[in-house]
Design a binder for this molecule. Sequence first.
Ligand code: ADP
Ligand code: MG
Length: 384
Amino acid sequence: MAQPQAQVQPCRYKTGKTLGAGSYSVVKECVHIDTGRYYAAKVINKRLMAGREHMVRNEIAVLKRVSMGHQNILTLVDYFETMNNLYLVTDLALGGELFDRICRKGSYFESDAADLIRATLSAVAYLHDHGIVHRDLKPENLLFRTPEDNADLLIADFGLSRIMDEEQFHVLTTTCGTPGYMAPEIFKKSGHGKPVDVWAIGVITYFLLCGYTPFDRDSNLEEMQAILVADYSFTPLEYWRGVSVQARQFIKRCLTIDPTQRMTSHEALSHAWIAGPESDRGEEDLLPTVKKNFNARRTLHKAIDTVRAINQLRSGGLGMMDGASSTNPKRVQDEDGDSSMQDVASAGDGKGQTEAQIEQQQRRIDETSRGLWDNRAQQAGQAA
Ligand code: ADP
Ligand code: MG
């Protein structure tokens, strides 16, 4: 593959308002000076690349190829760099992020969730067929092309995390916020290929059906611990009563700890919940539950973040999970104010942890991951 050369050029675009911010970039609306056409520009600070710009450029070249080839992948229009930044210019997605859009709907059924997951999976299968692992699938990275009802869902983040997090793993887990969508093998550092995307799709599916994530815990460490042993359930029952057996089975097949036993993206596409008849899916309107839980979690996580910040200030320094914020769902635009606190109470009191607790958790995670890793290493050794 041709290695794109580093070229320093003046910017051909005028940037406008900020559309969103990720962990290592800012996305701004922009207009091409010559054509007057509007796009979105993802601005990546070179300093954050820490000498790995060549890999980013290489990845961009690959993505430039695939982004034109699938309806559910945002098209990369242009890329260039200035002295300080790298710019990825893409189509402007005017339909907003996945969850905001669902919350604005009048009703929302299991079949709607299946449609959204099918679109996402088909893009992911396409990426996988081209040897690309996204590694950062989550609702914030799924955008709608237009505000219309039948708009395409787009994967909007070009999987740069694949390059970023190899050595900056620590940075990512401590600054990204939530580990909630990460697969167990990521924490075990036992290789993370295509199966990590299918795991993330399992988490997204769970989230789309109830409004909270399966491994949501009070701290990132507890969350990682839960992920490592796939400690989740379809509870509280009241929120899962209307959800079909197929949907649960689909989630189970995604949230399988052993990546070799997990469904592939193609298997997921032909799973009964995705490919089967609509009559097999739950028929309840999920919107009230999903919206209520989403808002409740948002309130809870705001409280946890506040308590954590206070604890950090009190302890006069920055703890080991600095910069981490809780799984903080974003605002819901047409909020109806009905954020039942019942849920908030059952999810924990949001208190900060003592150092001893954190240490103990870290030990348990280390032990768990070492155990699993050793098993896997042994299996790999036997297979070789
Ligand atoms: P990061 O990789 O840093 O997470 P993203 O590509 O996910 O960056 O972009 C961050 C946010 O910016 C997204 O969650 C979304 O809200 C917004 N965004 C990204 N690309 C577009 C786009 N093409 N059109 C509109 N909004 C976008
Ligand atoms: Mg993103």
